[in-house]
Write a protein that binds this ligand. Structure first.
Ligand code: ZN
Length: 603
């Protein structure tokens, strides 16, 4: 029997950042209805304890107050009642990220995981949601944007919505306020871009480019698109970067200068990065929102959900985000390969790749990748970064072994057909099996080495198959992250000095943030948290560090002074030459069909 769960949400006190939310259960559990708020939000693999922001909770049946017992950090049980039970909560909402809930006098944004109580045992019931505008003049100017299915709304979008179950309810974020709205259709599907925060975006440019991203991806997986509508929520802030995927929307945060401005002809690097984010989150509409690990079908919202497959859901998505921009002609091939080279450099500079596999990194995302500390570069490999480069190697391996008749594209389509369309979860060995069934190749040793091992990736060999030469060389400057060889590089007269530490400036302090495994800084006894004072008797700060270091000589000991807590320490450091950790790619000089087929449309 269907008995909808009814929710009512009001931006009750914007000045106090409080949403008021009611949840009415028509047929509560006769033994006492239990209710809970999720401990985490799907897509962001960290326990966030959203219930900590509930500042008041009470239960009633009609006018009668019903006692509530708290069972753990996020679960309550109401005393047994006959007939409808209403739980009212106030939720503090002052998290301006894509994962939380926010309300002030200018806008509101919410993820359902922060505000909608889960009615235990009735998660499959349909939900009816009423969104009320704030009262007064403010309320009249606000509008509401969401990808949730509207049932009965006013012109501004406030009113009644519905979701077929709790899982759907919490997968449609809601923006309210006065965002800039743009709309377009991609392959017939209506899309909305809602930009909040001060910005001066060239909307026509953004719409044109976003549409191209969307159409490229819908056609990649095959029409029709799996969603009836789609919303890009864009929160423009001074500086920021991130996104969270949902089944028919994504919440993005970016620097306002990352967005295109009137008069821009060639995309800036910041805008290319923003388009990469748009492409990444949109690709998730298929890969992770519909093709899902079995461990996520269904999600267990009370605790960590473990899978070794985040490398496939985040890494392969990261591989395709920029690749599809290149195929769509939104970035040039040279720009694509420059980004690729810099990604390879990042991996080569990450000692953690020799400690942790991407399967382990996926599994331990909750405690390692999402909770980074001073030892992260030494102990953790990113399943995004290395996962994307495993995707590259896998794609090029399939192309090489099938004489370019098959590619990773065929694997993604097979995953979509087998798992995405059916809603069946991908087993922990399902990616390897999908590769075998889509291409006929048995790549057991490839997976053992790249996914379940810490061997260096066969990048140079893979790229050679599409005519791209890869070289790893020492950095030429402190800011050198590699790229595409121009043929006219100036090589510095001396080899760069490498100490193997990362620093940041805090006030006037130059603080060591990371000391890399096997580095001269580690051998000297320097530690994260130390404040550098002088190297070789010369005062150093954020501006002078690089030139002071580059004046040292390889193999000649120098004295370093640093504060550890408030104690001045003196240590001896032996500089070495920079390792060959910088990737340079050379593009084919003659027409190469394998290269053209890999990068598709763009030239
Ligand atoms: Zn992602």
């Amino acid at each position: 029997m269907s008995s909808p769960i009814r929710y009512m949400l009001r931006a009750a006190r914007p000045e106090a950042h409080l949403f008021a939310v009611q949840c009415t259960v028509a047929v509560p559990d006769p033994n006492g209805q239990m209710l809970a708020l999720p401990a985490w939000i799907p897509g962001s693999y960290m326990i966030r304890e959203f219930a900590k922001n509930i500042v008041s909770i009470r239960a009633a049946a009609g006018r009668r107050v019903i006692p509530l017992e708290k069972l753990d950090k996020h679960t309550w049980r109401a005393a047994p009642v006959n007939g409808p039970l209403t739980i009212s909560i106030e939720v503090f909402a002052h998290d301006n990220s894509v994962r939380g809930a926010f309300l002030d006098t200018t806008r509101g944004f919410l993820n359902g995981t922060c505000v909608f109580l889960r009615v235990l045992g009735q998660e499959d019931q349909p939900c009816e949601i009423e969104f009320d505008a704030p009262s007064g003049a403010r309320g009249r100017s606000w509008r509401l944007v969401t990808s949730m299915t509207a049932a009965r709304t006013d012109k501004r979008g406030f009113g009644a919505y519905r979701a077929s179950d709790y899982d759907e309810l919490i997968d449609h974020p809601v923006e309210m306020g006065t965002p800039t709205i743009a709309t377009f259709r991609a392959c017939g599907v209506p899309h909305t871009i809602a930009i909040t925060g001060r910005h001066d975006t060239d909307i026509a440019r953004l719409v044109k480019d976003a549409r191209r991203v969307c159409e490229t991806q819908i056609r990649f997986f095959g029409e029709p698109a799996p969603m009836d509508r789609y919303v890009f929520f864009v929160n423009a802030v001074p500086t920021g970067y991130g996104g969270l995927e949902h089944r028919a929307s994504t919440a993005l945060i970016c620097g306002r200068n990352d967005l295109p401005r009137a008069g821009m002809t060639e995309p800036t690097e910041a805008y290319r990065t923003f388009l990469g984010l748009v492409s990444h989150e949109y690709f998730h509409t298929w890969n992770v929102k519909r093709i899902k690990p079995a461990a996520f079908t269904p999600y267990d919202l009370d605790r960590e959900n473990y899978t070794t497959l985040l490398w496939a859901f985040e890494g392969l998505t990261s591989y395709y985000d920029d690749l599809l921009l290149a195929r769509a002609g939104l970035i040039s091939r040279k720009d694509y390969l420059t980004t690729l080279a810099r990604n390879i450099t990042s991996l080569l500079r990450n000692p953690g790749r020799q400690r942790q596999t991407i399967a382990e990194s996926s599994y331990d995302a909750w405690t390692k990748y999402y909770r980074q500390d001073e030892n992260t570069p030494n102990a953790v490999v990113s399943y995004y970064l290395k996962g994307s480069l495993v995707g590259l190697c896998l794609d090029l391996e399939i192309r090489a072994r099938t004489n370019h008749r098959k590619s990773l594209d065929d694997v993604m389509l097979a995953l979509w057909t087998q798992y995405g369309r059916s809603g069946i979860g991908v087993a922990e060995n399902g990616i390897e099996q999908a590769v075998a069934s889509a291409t006929g190749l048995k790549l057991g040793s490839f997976f053992a080495s790249t996914v379940h091992g810490t061997d260096e990736l066969p990048l140079a060999r893979a790229l050679k198959g599409v005519g791209v030469q890869m070289k790893a060389r020492p950095a030429r400057s402190a800011t050198d992250r590699g790229g595409v060889a121009s043929g006219a590089e100036t090589v510095p007269p001396h080899r760069m000095i490498w100490l193997g530490m990362r620093t940041s400036t805090e006030g006037t302090d130059l603080k060591i943030t990371h000391v890399l495994e096997g580095s001269p800084a580690q051998a000297a006894g320097l530690a994260a948290g130390d404040v550098l004072i002088a190297i070789d008797g010369l005062k150093v700060d954020g501006k002078t560090l690089d030139e002071t270091v580059q004046r040292l000589a390889i193999g000649e000991r120098v004295v370093v002074h640093a504060f550890r807590r408030d104690e001045l320490r003196r240590c001896t450091l032996m500089p070495i030459g920079a390792p060959a950790d910088t990737c340079e790619l050379s593009l084919p000089t003659t027409r190469n069909r394998a290269y053209d087929r890999w990068l598709g449309g763009a030239q």
